[in-house]
Design a protein around this ligand. Structure first.
Ligand SMILES: Nc1ncnc2c1ncn2[C@@H]1O[C@H](COP(=O)(O)OP(=O)(O)OP(=O)(O)O)[C@@H](O)[C@H]1O
Length: 489
């Protein structure tokens, strides 16, 4: 739909845009990114005909842009208008109706049903119908922005150019606007080129991204080809982390600030308090955590870790809500707390500090093995899941990579299996060596200070010590469990 070849141009004879070539297919949404002054708006002006270009070609639907009359061009191409003070005395409806100008045959031609329908639909899409008769001056910045987008949509052009359309908009209206634009592209074949400062919105809604640097294209491609940390860091001179969006297969960019400095801390088992209802480990700073907990599982940052004792018949339809209510009642902040459950009494908690050549860490285990299972024979067990539960926590004074977190979790799980073997725990039905219980949980937490540790598998320095420590502590916890059982606790 749009072919740009070796385009150069700028202001006062100075070529701010140099040798830019790209194309945009019909129905595609292309996002333009780049630092301030990198030439994003200038490109848009050159390819929309708002400014003449000095070299190169711009083909709109195979025809040079220069060969279009202004009215023909307006039927083909809509540009999100900038905020104009002279629209302030006009009503919303009047401003949106201006979008129909290219479709009027003459100045005096009458307003058609088609015109009316286009205006009504655009106002409805942007959620501004209720302001229809309000003057622009009485609207907020975000509301005015939506009126201008509606004007561009009412134009019903084949190509839409937007310069930071979500500027001024709250998140609900950002989503609404970009949902509408993307739907128009995918359902009606609207071709969209839009400038974004928000890389995350651009990644989410655009098919491809074009990254500008000093008037040239640094790179163009699908979001995961453009949003690469080293590339973004170079172009924007800012440290970033790229992570997946939680629901869509799209990269998201997080700024890594330079100014925060954490007070150095050392985690030891004296941060653990045990009460009859729960064991709680309270860290002076939030720890990066990976766990399979009941409350706040997965990766996150937490400063409170609770292992709560519940009845073996504990059953709740909404465990997450019930657990949250319990935490609040006990004075813990649910958003900064990881929570697990066990049917064991809190006398069964075993905590050991390890001071190893690979670092200092603490292992805390509760091992209820009354309902132990051999994973190979688990299919012989009924549906009912009883809370037996081995809860294994490893809290490290170290800076772990994501790989190291996952590897530490694997190492800890393997060590747990070995401990069950060593302690002679068997599957209640098959009588073969047990590998765990039905509801075991693991937690790896780290201060993210000090030595950076890339790997934590069994052959690595840290992995070796985690293996030894988890086997030892789990065996001790199983013996404690058996002793308590013997005394009827
Ligand atoms: N009207 C103008 N007259 C002269 N120079 C201009 C004009 N508008 C922009 N420039 C210059 O052109 C260069 C590119 O500006 P442009 O507005 O295209 O950048 P941008 O990437 O859109 O920046 P921003 O993110 O700040 O909006 C800048 O160095 C700017 O100073």
């Amino acid at each position: 739909m749009l072919h740009i070849e070796q385009l150069s141009g700028g202001y006062d004879g100075k070529k701010y845009i140099q040798d830019v070539s790209f194309h945009v297919e019909k129905g595609e949404v292309l996002g333009i990114l780049g630092p301030n002054g990198s030439g994003k708006s200038t490109i848009l002006k050159l390819i929309s005909g708002a400014m003449p270009y000095s070299e190169g070609t711009v083909l709109l639907d195979k025809k040079p842009l220069k060969n279009y009359t202004p009215k023909d061009l307006a039927r083909k191409l809509a540009v999100l208008p900038q905020l104009h003070a002279n629209t302030f005395t006009h009503t919303v409806r009047e401003v949106v109706s201006l979008g129909r100008y290219p479709h009027q045959r003459s100045f005096f031609s009458s307003w058609s049903d088609e015109d009316e329908q286009a205006v009504q639909q655009a106002m409805q899409q942007m959620g501004i119908t209720k302001y229809e008769h309000v003057e622009m001056a009485f609207l907020s910045g975000g509301e005015q922005q939506r009126v201008f987008v509606a004007q561009a949509l009412a134009q019903q052009a084949e190509v839409l150019f937007l310069d930071e359309p979500t500027n001024h908009l709250d998140i609900a209206h950002q989503r609404q606007l970009l949902d509408v634009i993307r739907t128009e592209a995918k359902v009606k074949g609207l071709t969209v080129v839009s400038i974004f400062h928000d890389m995350n919105l651009a990644a989410l809604y655009c098919d491809r991204l074009l990254l500008m640097q000093q008037g040239r294209i640094q790179t163009i491609g699908r979001p995961h080809e453009v949003l690469i940390d080293a590339q973004i860091e170079e172009v924007y001179d800012t440290r970033v982390a790229i992570q997946p969006h939680p629901e869509q297969a799209k990269p998201q960019v997080t700024i890594l600030p330079m100014i925060f400095e954490d007070t150095p801390i050392t985690i030891r088992k004296n941060h653990l308090q045990v009460t009859p209802q729960y064991a709680v480990f309270k860290s002076p700073l939030s720890l990066r955590t990976l766990s399979s907990a009941v409350h706040n599982a997965g990766f996150g940052w937490y400063d409170t870790f609770v292992n709560r004792t519940v009845s073996p018949n504990y059953e709740h339809q909404h465990v997450e809500q019930e657990f949250g209510a319990f935490l609040r009642q006990e004075g813990f902040l649910p958003t900064s707390t990881v929570g697990m459950m066990t049917a064991l009494s809190m006398d069964a908690v075993v905590a050991n500090d390890y001071d190893t050549p690979a670092g200092k860490f603490t292992v805390i285990v509760t091992a209820g093995v009354g309902k132990a299972i051999d994973v190979a024979e688990a299919y012989k067990h009924g549906e009912a899941v009883t809370i037996g539960t081995i809860n294994t926590w490893i809290i490290l004074n170290a800076h772990l990579s994501d790989e190291a977190f996952v590897q530490a979790l694997i190492t800890a799980t393997e060590a747990k299996v070995k401990a069950l073997q060593k302690a002679g725990v068997t599957d209640t039905i098959s009588k073969t060596v047990a590998t765990g219980t039905a509801t075991d949980s693991v937690l790896i937490a780290a201060t993210q200070q000090g030595t950076y540790i890339q790997y934590a598998g069994t052959a690595t320095p840290l992995g070796k010590w985690i293996g030894k420590a988890v086997v030892e502590t789990t065996v001790e916890a199983i013996e404690t469990y058996k002793r308590l059982k013997g005394t009827g606790k």
